[in-house]
Design a protein around this ligand. Structure first.
Ligand code: ZN
Ligand code: ZN
Length: 426
């Protein structure tokens, strides 16, 4: 069984770490506990060149490092076009089975935009045509709507999205098998829409760096043979698809409605009271994911939401407890001690017993790690591009406690002591 993060970016995408290289990605994927990682950005010629230099094909459809770590070819594209007199911008994740196929995809897509200008290229092509072109090259190419609910680039986003998969993809919607829930929504929220019942729900980090509080912060739990066909089968048919690791949706940058410049964050019903206008500046609020899900939902209770659990990255809970940044020296010291003792982050977060944790770190942190495992850490919701914050109680100032505002949203159906219990539920 492995944890797989199927959507990341290289240093050739905008706003990414310039230190992203294949060796760095392998190093930190291992620290995190991932068994399969996306390459990101295979549409970018320079990054693809680097992929070909650093990784080798062995016929499985995955690309391997010298130390046998597996990558899968992945890119993300931004489609920009107009439909029904509205400007549309939708992001799709793309998976391919080998370099040869990726080159053919790049050749076809290069007719619609400059692939070299951004690791996540903008293409002037509508979704149905894009899906058709990619599938024509190879039916095993996978197309997945990325972070489906985010306001600007999600297929269901409030700014430039659609109200249904069919509205966006036309009759090519049948070629879509899965949806990426994104950080600001979880499977239970998505299962409030009967129209999404036939789709699998995948979770990925969309990471712009290799740091362990980004890489693998959302991931898929797979019990598959380590080859591309089995991966696609798990995405399409859920065979060996055991569930997902999610951050609390409140942690995502677009969970609530809000206005970043005015530091206004509103639960959807509150936003309605203000007519969806910012109470400070009277301009329209950025309508977040919770609000969009509520608008499109046709069920009061989620149906068959499957197995998933909420986990805040280890660096973030250490840093929340310490009151220092995730990348601070103090946080790293504690983080590194835990990794040295227990192998990787997912093992610390999901499996290591309380008593064992206490041998390495203070009891207080061990308690918070268990609370995290049981999905009991509350998160003050993100809004309009601002991440949500883990609220770790003993260290909250009284003003933070006043601000603490927890969204009502469907959570995981139960809590689990460890990964085995979790998987028993699926
Ligand atoms: Zn995106
Ligand atoms: Zn405002």
């Amino acid at each position: 069984m492995i944890f797989a993060d199927l959507h990341i970016h290289s240093r050739f995408s905008r706003a990414t770490s310039s230190a992203i290289t294949i060796p760095n990605l392998e190093k930190w994927a291992r620290v995190k506990g991932l068994g399969l990682l996306a390459t990101g950005d295979f549409t970018h010629p320079e990054w693809l060149r680097e992929i070909r230099q650093s990784l080798s094909e062995d016929g499985t459809g995955f690309l391997k490092t010298e130390k046998d770590f597996s990558f899968v070819l992945q890119s993300e594209v931004s489609l920009a076009y107009s439909q029904d007199n509205k400007a549309r911008k939708v992001h799709f994740v793309l998976l391919s089975k080998d370099i040869d196929t990726a080159l053919q995809v790049n050749e076809a897509l290069s007719k619609h935009g400059s692939l070299a200008s951004d690791g996540r290229p903008t293409l002037g092509i509508a979704a149905p045509e894009f899906i058709e072109k990619v599938k024509e090259i190879d039916n095993l190419n996978e197309v997945i709507p990325a972070h489906a609910w985010t306001p600007w680039f999600g297929i269901f986003g409030s700014k430039s999205g659609f109200d249904s998969l069919e509205e966006c993809c036309g009759d090519k919607h049948k070629k879509i098998y899965a949806l990426e829930t994104g950080l600001s929504s979880n499977p239970a929220m998505n299962r409030l829409l009967s129209s999404l019942d036939r789709l699998n729900l995948v979770s990925n980090s969309d990471s712009h760096s290799f740091w362990p509080w980004r890489l693998g912060r959302e991931a898929n739990i797979l019990d598959i043979k380590m080859d591309y066909k089995s991966l696609i089968n798990s995405i399409r048919e859920k065979e060996g698809f055991m569930g997902t690791i999610e951050v609390d949706p409140a942690y995502g940058k677009y969970h609530f409605d809000g206005h970043r410049n005015c530091e206004v964050s509103l639960e959807p019903n509150e936003a309605l009271k203000f007519n969806k206008l910012c109470p400070k500046c009277r301009r329209p609020l950025t309508i977040g994911v919770l609000s969009r899900v509520n608008t499109l939902a046709d069920r009061a209770e989620p149906k068959q939401s499957g197995s998933f659990r909420h986990l805040i990255p280890l660096s973030e809970i250490i840093s929340a407890l310490n009151g220092t940044a995730p990348g601070s020296k103090k946080t790293w010291e504690t983080y590194n001690a835990l990794i040295a003792a227990f192998g990787n982050e997912f093992n610390v977060l999901l499996n290591t017993p309380f008593d064992d944790l206490c041998r390495v770190v203070a009891k207080e942190l061990a308690e918070v790690i268990i609370q995290n495992r049981e999905g009991k850490i509350q998160v003050s919701p993100g809004y309009d591009g601002v991440y949500g914050k883990a609220m770790i109680k003993p260290y909250l100032s009284s003003s933070q406690q006043k601000q603490q505002h927890v969204a009502e949203k469907p959570g995981p159906n139960t809590s689990f002591k460890n990964l085995k219990d979790f998987l028993k539920q699926s």
